[in-house]
Design a protein around this ligand. Structure first.
Ligand code: SF4
Ligand code: SF4
Ligand code: SF4
Ligand code: FES
Length: 673
């Protein structure tokens, strides 16, 4: 068959080569979905799984993902030999695999299961492996089961290439080869930032979000408890995929009905607290711009990004907005206001977050978000977890009549809704800040320059005679690159939005697995269309948030009360692993944990002096048996605004600490044990 220049033949069909980086992409463009495990268009090519094998006529069999397309090539994707080779590969993988499909959370969304079915694998001709490796469930966000790993390396490459973290890698050789955190440690012992992108690319059940639904069912079935849900923006445009809706369909109304059928007493919207986040964060930004505060200011709604900054850039922590994330603002507002509003005992209120994100599981468990030992958010369920709960009850969600959120914490504007897409927080903040700076209503609410999927977007606005420069980045590798440029003085901005997940929360680690091209854009489009259809699109127009400030938080954003309840502080996590040391261990059954951070680089580190003073204090006051005092070591100096000392749930900056102030907190903490 004669071909035109720059075309090739795939199964007798002529296909144009249009800049694709490999044969696999040309073949997929021709409408043939070759099976793959180890290919991701955004990652480097690994070429290990050998599933994408094709025949180049006259040349032989090759992996399509690792072969450049050339004009005139004649490709066959389906021959008896290719079919047999793929089948053998899958059978070998299955022989080394813990086959427990009925109880695996990835059943029905598992690439291995899907490909085995497609290839008609009815029996496995190889001997089943007998070794069982331990499951790592040390992380609060993820569970790793190496017995289900097919060694495709997708997780390793996403962690190092997209997130620039490198928390996991290949370990050992030959038949012992596996993927593991450094030195074969547990995931919670290495510098994992809990973003969950490894779970989002894993083709099997080898890395999955940690489930929390048993605890939720237990509370839903407890008649004494009043269980409320808050639902993050990105959930509504992804949940429908589990119920066969096109990608990006907004199923908000049906989802609310399903939650009511499951027994949730009240269903609220995290978009409410996203609006409140904008009140606080934009007020903080304006204050920094007008009063010479630390700039650029970085957003702080993504807990994986916050942990990344705490781990790799503690010197930049004063640049992070101190505003809590929408999840934690909701938790704080709900704990403070709902018991009285609903006429219930505070201890009976259970707050469940439905999130697209597994880093939120980590965030909800942080001590700094607890009051009197109880977390502001009790349980975090992912979008996929919710879908599984709905299915397990046999609810046919898409047949339900749509319902509405409960008020007042279910009221939101378009500004809160777009938080789920990369650029959304920036756009909502711009809608607020530009209007306040200009002192007149915005002529247009859309800031389209900040939308899109480029890893870095920049814009400059002239607002009331001032130049406001902003940047939006997603993925932590892009964030790292930008921070290095900021530190080198090559770029400068007033405000930077960072989201860890590619595309923002719409593609969070707790969302349904989706590998179709453009799925992030389609989910983001669902959010922007929800924004357009809202009567109010600016967070500052949320009158329920206004009322909430008047009744509970000092009347306006930035008030003392708002700072106490809606802001947070950060921790220098640049600690030397395994270098935490116990200095004093009391013998009482109940003890107060105390930890002081010491910098190994600073000879005059305040932490060293404080530590010995605290040990002296507890001994002098006869309470040494009631405390555990640890020293944590950091290789970087403590910076303003980061945690220097923790006493039980209390977290303190080093500069707020003296033995006098801490002594009182220690005695109070012991009394409350
Ligand atoms: S959660 Fe993120 S940081 Fe942790 S191992 Fe997975 S990809 Fe890496
Ligand atoms: S854990 Fe998953 S993504 Fe990582 S190598 Fe194994 S199968 Fe691939
Ligand atoms: S981008 Fe969103 S989903 Fe991803 S880790 Fe951050 S908050 Fe979670
Ligand atoms: S997808 Fe080509 S070798 Fe794995």
């Amino acid at each position: 068959m004669e071909t035109k220049p720059n075309t090739l033949i795939v199964n007798n069909i002529e296909v144009a080569i249009e800049g694709e980086r490999n044969l696999l992409e040309v073949i997929r463009k021709a409408g043939i979905d070759l099976p793959t495990f180890c290919y991701h268009s955004e990652l480097s090519i690994y070429g290990a799984c050998r599933l994408c094998l094709v025949e180049i006529v006259g040349k032989g069999v090759t992996a399509a993902c690792a072969t450049a397309p050339r004009p005139g090539m004649v490709i066959k994707t389906e021959t008896a030999q290719l079919r047999n080779m793929r089948k053998i590969n899958i059978e070998l993988l299955l022989a080394n695999h813990k086959r427990e499909c009925p109880s695996c959370v990835r059943s029905n969304s598992c690439n291995l299961q899907d490909i085995a079915r497609r290839l008609g694998v009815n029996e496995i001709r190889y001997k089943q492996t007998e070794t069982t490796l331990p499951i790592d469930d040390s992380s609060v966000s993820l569970v790793r089961d190496p017995n289900k790993c097919v060694l495709c390396g997708d997780c390793v490459r996403v962690c190092s290439e997209l997130q620039s973290v490198g928390a996991i890698d290949f370990a050992f050789r030959g038949t012992k080869a596996r993927v593991a955190p450094a030195f074969d440690k547990n995931l919670n012992e290495v510098e994992c930032v809990n973003c969950g992108q490894c779970a989002a690319v894993c083709p099997t059940g080898a890395i999955v979000p940690k489930p929390d639904y048993d605890n939720v069912w237990a509370d839903l079935n407890n008649p004494e408890k009043v269980v409320v849900a808050q639902i993050a923006p990105a959930v509504r445009v992804a949940l429908g995929e589990y119920f066969n809706c096109p990608t990006g369909t907004n199923v908000e109304g049906q989802m609310i009905s399903a939650l009511r059928m499951m027994g949730f007493d009240y269903v609220y919207d995290t978009c409410f607290s996203a609006d409140m986040t904008i009140f606080e964060e934009a007020t903080e930004l304006l204050d920094r711009i007008q009063n010479g505060g630390k700039l650029p200011m970085f957003t702080s709604c993504c807990p994986a990004w916050v942990k990344f900054a705490e781990t790799y850039y503690p010197e930049m922590l004063p640049n992070l907005s101190s505003t809590r994330s929408p999840q934690q603002i909701f938790g704080a507002v709900a704990r403070q206001t709902l018991p009285a509003k609903l006429g219930i005992k505070p201890e009976n209120l259970v707050i469940v977050s439905i999130m697209p994100c597994v880093a939120k599981k980590f965030e909800a468990k942080l001590d700094k978000f607890k009051r009197e030992g109880r977390p502001d958010v009790d349980h975090v369920v992912t979008t996929v977890g919710l879908a599984q709960m709905i299915k397990s009850m046999g609810i046919n969600m898409m047949n339900l009549e749509p319902d509405s959120f409960d008020m007042p914490l279910g009221f939101s504007t378009g500004g809160g809704v777009i938080f789920g897409a990369t650029g959304g927080v920036m756009e909502a903040a711009l809608r607020y800040a530009v209007e306040k700076l200009e002192g007149k209503p915005l002529a247009k609410v859309d800031f389209k320059e900040v939308r899109g999927m480029d890893y870095l977007r920049e814009a400059t606005y002239n607002v009331a005679g001032k130049e406001v420069k902003i940047a939006v980045v997603h993925t932590l590798a892009a964030a790292r690159k930008l921070i290095e440029k900021i530190k080198a003085g090559e770029v400068d901005y007033q405000f930077v939005e960072v989201m860890s997940c590619p595309g923002g929360c719409v593609a969070g680690g707790g969302q349904p697995i989706n590998t179709t091209p453009g799925f992030r854009q389609q989910r983001a489009a669902g959010l922007y269309s929800a924004d357009k259809s809202r009567r109010l699109q600016k967070s500052q127009d949320n009158f329920m948030v206004e009322k909430c400030y008047q009744e509970n938080f000092g009347g306006h954003p930035g008030s003392h009360e708002a700072h106490e309840a809606l802001h947070t502080r950060y921790q220098n996590r640049c600690q030397i692993f395994d270098a935490r040391q116990n200095v004093l261990s009391g013998s009482a059954e109940k003890k107060l944990p105390i930890c002081v951070t010491i910098c190994t680089q600073q000879k005059d580190c305040n932490g060293q002096k404080l530590l010995s003073e605290l040990v002296g204090f507890v001994k002098a006051n006869g309470v040494a048996e009631m405390v555990d005092i640890d020293a944590a070591f950091s290789s970087r100096p403590q910076v303003e605004g980061t945690i220097g000392v923790t006493i039980g749930d209390l977290v303190l900056d080093m500069e707020d600490c003296s033995v006098e102030t801490l002594g009182k907190s220690i005695l109070d903490g012991i009394k409350a044990l």
